[in-house]
Design a binder for this molecule. Sequence first.
Ligand code: C2E
Ligand code: MG
Ligand code: MG
Ligand code: MG
Length: 275
Amino acid sequence: QAKKLGRNQYHFFTEELNQIVQNTINLDKDMRQALIDNEYCLFYQPKVDLLTSKIVGVEALIRWISPTKGFIAPNVFIPLAEENGFIKELGNWIVEEALNQHLKWKEMGIDINISINISAKQLLDKSFVPKFINTLENKNINPSKIDLEITEYMFMEESKETKNNLNKLHDFGVTISLDDFGTGYSSLSYLKKFPIDYLKVDKAFLDDFNSVDGSIFLETIVKMGQMLKMKVIAEGVETQEQIDYLKSISCDQYQGYYFSKPLSSKDFEKFYFKN
Ligand code: C2E
Ligand code: MG
Ligand code: MG
Ligand code: MG
């Protein structure tokens, strides 16, 4: 009896595992087809100055809305795209789309900075930096209006390549943000070694700001960032209470649902002209 049950459980387990593997394979194929079928788009979340409450920029965030599967979160498909190499193609599309949007908005009188999330694989690709710089030159875009968001995971491997590439971009005039700060394998020495202009403090620290420990971390990160000549951005701000606190510790900017969720380009335009 026990043996039988055991075998059934095993069977059930492999079945489930099979399904997971199958789903991953399908997603692999589907995410490539989705680019051909135009299923990706970029949403934009405002970055706000804490002192003036004015929009200083936007972060481009990818959205995949599949006609058959519905909304698929970037946290699901971006890691897969990094694994299977598709991020190179998708990343090119993201950059192109974000830069074109920047130009369209400039023409409309929305002359703001735009931040683009870049994954480690993308940055380490030999052709990325020269291609990126070339594109900015061809499109006649002021590089100081463009910001690239990277994460600490990038510093773990190939850090010499990473450093060279970031320096090239930074020397050209593009700004660099360190995203999700405090969640990765942070070593503080990175902050001196790499050309970082903005420190984006992860939402986890804000969620915890009411506790004594939480507020000590947040306040210390803001001070440290500013002493290293970086601007500090708080991510995931959802309440007025959090804003008051961030102001009290002189944080520079914030992003979050409290001000605005990520918006389609059309919705962002309406939102921008209302503000
Ligand atoms: P991220 O770059 O740290 O982006 C912030 C995430 O937090 C976004 O999720 C955003 O919608 C969400 N968020 C913003 N404000 C709030 C808030 O007040 N409360 C809560 N609960 N969430 C908030 P999203 O768009 O699902 O993106 C998740 C992650 O996927 C991003 O984290 C980024 O790492 C990655 N990602 C998104 N778009 C791209 C892209 O175009 N390229 C690459 N390489 N990665 C991307
Ligand atoms: Mg980001
Ligand atoms: Mg972030
Ligand atoms: Mg984050």
